[in-house]
Design a protein. Sequence first.
Lengths: 367, 408, 259
Amino acid sequence: MEVREILDVFRAADPAALKEKYLAEGRKIVLTAPVYTPEEIIHSMGLVPMGVWGADVLLKRSKRYFPAFICSVVQSIVELGMRGTYDGASAIVIPSLCDSLKVVGQNWKYAVPGIPFIPMTYPQNRASEAGRAFTKAGYLRVIRDLEAATGAKFSAQALADSIKIYNEHNALMRRFGREAGKYLSAADRSAVFKSAFFMPKEEHAALVKKLLAALEGEKPLSGPSVVTTGILADSPAILAKLDELGLRIAADDVAAESRQYRTDAPETGDPLDALAAKFAGMGCCSVLLDPEKRRADLIVDSVRETGASGVLALQTEFCDPEEFDYVIIKKACAAAGIPLLAVEVDRQMANFGQAETMLEAFSERLG
Amino acid sequence: MEVRKGSSQDPNSAKYKLNQIAAKAYSDAQAAKERGEKVGWCASNFPVELPETLGIPVCYPENQAAGIAARGQGEKLCSIAEDEGYSNDICAYARISLAYAKIKDEPAQNMPMPDFMLCCNNICSCMTKWYENLSKELDIPLIMIDIPFNPDNEVSRDEIEYVKAQFLEAVRQLEEITGKKWSDERFREVMANSCRTSRAWLEATALAAARPSPFNGFDLLNHMAVMVTARGKPEAAEAMELLAREYRENIENGTSTFRAEEKYRIMFEGIACWPWLRVTSTGLKSRGINMVSTIYADAFGFIYDDFDGMIEAYCKVPNAINLETARDKRVRLCNNIGVDGLLVHTNRSCKLWSGFMPEMSRQIGEACGIPVVSFDGDQADPRNFSEAQYDTRVQGLTEIMASRKAGE
Amino acid sequence: MLTLGIDIGSTTAKCAVLEDGRDFRAVSLRDSGVGTDGPQAAFEGVLAELGVSRRDIDCVCATGYGRAAWQDADLRASELTCHCLGGVYVFPGLRTLIDIGGQDAKVISIDAGGSMAEFVMNDKCAAGTGRFLDVMAALLRCPVDSFAEAAARSKSPASISNTCTVFAESEVISQLAAGAAVEDVIAGVCRSVATRVGSLARRLDMREPVCMSGGVARNAAVREALSEYLQVPVLFDERAQLFGAMGAAIYAAKRKSKE
């Protein structure tokens, strides 16, 4: 298959159509909310995890539940739930890693009563023995709730198998994250990351593998590149502008992209302990305790490693975890002499004029 | 000059004593700092029993931010943080605190700079980020007690075990940083003081059930400072017990610190609008509305028998609990105290507190059969409040309460 | 060589023609912007003034919100780059430029070589933009052009502190209802814009000299309030509104001479 043909498959991964397909096959769907859900558990129980990160829709019904200053990512998840977009799903797993996610879970129970809410409570002191035990207790609770909501049964062996599948996918996505900037447009890169939330992991992994092989024969793109950081980087208008300006994405620190794939679970020992160990090993993220702010170092390092010209911070409006980190990232970039542009984005954006102007000016500065 | 009994100038009054205790918390910390002791900055719902037992002086940034905002300096400090790159959507307490850490001098409320941070995120995740940034910017250790939001009605054994391990680790870290030693005997004393203070607080606030209430609910916003900063101290327990005594006397004498006819009684939901305290208070008082209940009455009622009980109490603070438990606590307060309406502060600074408030306040209104009205404001940034909107909303609430009373 | 810059903003259209990258030969300004005949009129006006036709122009560079829609452009550049170039042309050695336009407020920090080093723009909120002043002008029934004169008569400027335009409107109404003089409210509104934009400037490593550009720059009350807030002199030139168009013409000349 040619690169273009493979990319067409990723781009065609429409969540609504896939949902209907899974349901028609008699499979059960479990929605997974940002930022980290134990997808491996859902997968191992024969259920289909589908990521819900909201959509660019006008918020109408969800306004009954939220004040205006809660981020539109979580608000649009509830909006879609109320509109019936997720109808047919058996449950939603919502981790409470930020205040807005805590709030979504509570509102969900009343706004979308037809789809059971399963909370995943993670610890912040995650690496200690007590932290790992608490993570494991959280997983056990998710398992109990999933069994009740879907009738599916949990088995440790199946989880061990799923962990292998996920680790393989993680490795491929890490490789893809490095290669994509050399060959692909920002829009194409995003399509590969986004489809991972909807396609079966095994299929997605196989397709990424094919894509990586096909890319080997391609001619690398030239021009300046940036490292992106933020919660989401899937706005079609922003991606189109980056492509128009010829700004490549050399690497990312985006919650919905590479942050998902940085850490693997060990493939030995009790698989639930392994999953807790995976969470313990995670970091450099705005919703995971990071007093040394290693995230800022990671961004600076990835600019240096990839030879990118600057950092593009896509800031989700009202996302305070990211807003706090931004100041530290800004200082780290300034100290390292790295140009940084912050563009505020949200799922309610109708007018991209200012964002486009800023991107143009940034590109003129980098160029 | 004659000093009115019970007024803030009367040195024998609870109000005077409570104000002294609150002020002393700052001066003690300052004196300790000058002696060369290590001083911490501490989150309001961090288990104060730990530093108190160890004899470690701490200051409370939330309390400081409220003080700075109430004295009209909120906008100035918020702007300083915004100049640093902090979004104006971030909690205004955090912005004020981060600005203070930069300028290190604000006459509206100074406090010594910290040698370590004591963070507990049982009231919000925002707290974690705020303390992370302070720890990074000031290059000092962060002691983190993580108490996650509890989606269930009960505190699980798993949670108690997780939090307990962190309490022990925090004690170890504090001993290491300060060189002070933990004493079980001292801990039992502190625990007893804290419970005694909390019991007196709960008793005093519950006296609002009398008609008219023996106090103006805005008093509680003032006295709360002691609950935050000094609940483990015997003088705090004594002052709170005196407060309850004074309120009981008021009931017997038919007097009240609410100096107007109590025509309506409401519950106020949310943190006070500190920069607009007088405006928000006058808007109620001028209409004969007394704020007889707030969740604060409940928030600092830390009553327990042992170490595990203490842990459980910290796992059940108001913003760590699910909608149903939070709702039921308020319904109980409304029913016990007796209120005619609920006024909700949609607080721009607090995503967690305001984020499921529309649904929860609807349910409270239904359960208690009372009108619910909300207004937009902020706990410390004066720019997020509109006096005209507040006045109209309160007028609307008054009219509904009046027509319901007429229909009774 | 003649190069032409056209700056199509939300409420105005401006053109400037530059000869050999050095001297401006003609400029034009029309009080209607994107989606109107203003840009065409400004374009034709500047050509007519010079007595030349489109064919005589070597390169046209479009900037401003309407830049993408202007078909007849050889080049396009963001208004940030253009304002920066225009500002440095008028004030050599300029290090900070504050532009308040109809929709946007931006602060650009300029390096010693005259290139844009960093910039910040207003958030989505209209406070601190020309739009905010227009809303207030309608509310106060006083044209924006008369704001400076009215504010100069103010004895005690009202405090308009709200960050939200809707709230600020109600704040203004409350002030008027409480009997505040219109000129005091106007002075308060001008200060509020200056505070909002000034706080953007503080986010950058602000260096002097500082100048203002854009339509709001003509408002002396805002300029003075900004100068007071930032504690630095804020330079002003009559051509402030034309910096974008002038910068676009300079950008075109630079590109042309590289070829």
